[in-house]
Ligand binder design. Structure first.
Ligand code: SF4
Length: 360
């Protein structure tokens, strides 16, 4: 999608990352480690960073986490976002610990003086606040009266939460209003994009395990991004958070918004396939994860669509009878036996990477 088609929101900065204002859609994730465990948390942040994560969020449920936060922020390769609920004192302490952004839900912080101080200290340090509301945090009574959560209700709740900060003269806001239903979150964010100037953090919350969660997130987040809505994304999965980052880049690459690393084009196989394509495609996909260069790699089953896709790719293989033809940049390189195809393809990719490094 051309960048100009994206809605330009009011930009904010979280460390080195700009969110909104037409900046590339950034990728976030959240550590699953206990924040008080500095070493394990930093190890996970490094893994996320290597996978391409650009902002990392940490749960800050108690004072012990605050003590660890200072150390983590000092050593983290990524800007750190502190996730705080209910307790204004923890938010203030996290800001003082040097985090690059905080995420709160003003609706569940019942101390007006505390909220005033959060806004003042965040402003003094130049850090943004994500107003993060969830369908699950809406008032029960209100929901019962309306027969459940509606997009209008969730959007109103999110905008009211922003107004609480605006009343304190604070505007460096990122806004999120997540729901576990992709349809509900799509409608809610559509409303917010019309009514709010703030950058939008997109996500389908409690999306589930990767098998289900990736699809739900791709539908929810992808639909909005395709409409030019959204400035930063988090795919929430019940899995290693590195999987969230891979899924987020797959969504962005599918919409031609950003590409990090290699993209695999592979056919579903059918009765014409005479090579072990599924096995090879899975192995190739695993290996491509460690490649940063934006490559297009094709692994195709037969002569029907194989040569066409393989020619279009930077490197590709198209199957025949127990063999493959190797393509590189649209040209046939050679024919290889099915058993050697994986190694030969990876060697060709390695050569391409080497040449790219040396500037050939
Ligand atoms: S490329 Fe060939 S093997 Fe693959 S799905 Fe198409 S027809 Fe079947």
């Amino acid at each position: 999608m051309p960048d100009a088609a994206r809605k330009h929101s009011r930009p904010v900065k979280a460390g080195v990352i700009t969110i909104g204002g037409g900046a590339p859609v950034s990728v976030q994730s959240m550590c699953t480690t206990a924040t008080r465990d500095v070493e394990t948390t930093l190890a996970q942040i490094w893994e996320l960073s290597c996978a391409g994560c650009e902002l990392v969020r940490l749960a800050v449920p108690d004072q012990e986490s605050i003590s660890a936060l200072k150390d983590i922020v000092a050593k983290s390769p990524l800007p750190v976002v502190a996730d705080i609920h209910f307790d204004c004192r923890l938010a203030i302490a996290a800001i003082r610990a040097g985090v690059h952004k905080i995420r709160i839900n003003p609706g569940n912080m019942k101390d007006p003086q505390g909220l005033r101080q959060i806004a003042r200290e965040a402003k003094e340090r130049g850090i943004p606040i994500r107003v993060g509301v969830n369908a699950g945090s809406l008032d029960r009574k209100q929901m019962d009266l309306s027969g459940g959560v509606t997009a209008e209700m969730l959007a109103r709740y999110a905008l009211d939460a922003c107004r609480q900060l605006e009343a304190l003269d604070f505007y460096d806001i990122v806004l999120s209003a997540k729901a576990s239903s992709p349809l509900l979150m799509i409608e809610t964010y559509r409303l917010l994009s019309k009514k709010s100037p703030y950058p939008l953090h997109l996500g389908v919350t409690e999306a589930g395990t990767p098998a289900q969660g990736v699809i739900r997130s791709a539908v929810g987040i992808g639909t909005l991004l395709a409409e030019g809505i959204g400035d930063t994304i988090r795919v929430s999965l019940t899995a290693d958070p590195v999987e969230e980052v891979h899924a987020a880049y797959s969504i962005l690459a599918t919409l031609s918004l950003r590409q990090r690393g290699a993209v695999l084009i592979s056919c579903p196989t059918c009765g014409r396939t005479e090579v072990p394509l599924m096995e090879i495609a899975e192995k190739v996909e695993r290996r491509l994860r460690s490649i940063d260069l934006p490559l297009r790699v094709a692994v195709m089953g037969c002569v029907v669509n194989g040569p066409g896709e393989a020619r279009e790719a930077d490197v590709g293989i198209a199957g025949g009878r127990d063999s493959f033809v190797l393509f590189r940049k649209g040209e046939i390189v050679r024919k290889v036996g099915a058993e050697q195809a994986f190694e030969v393809l990876m060697a060709e990719i390695d050569r391409l990477l080497e040449e790219n490094k040396s500037g050939d």
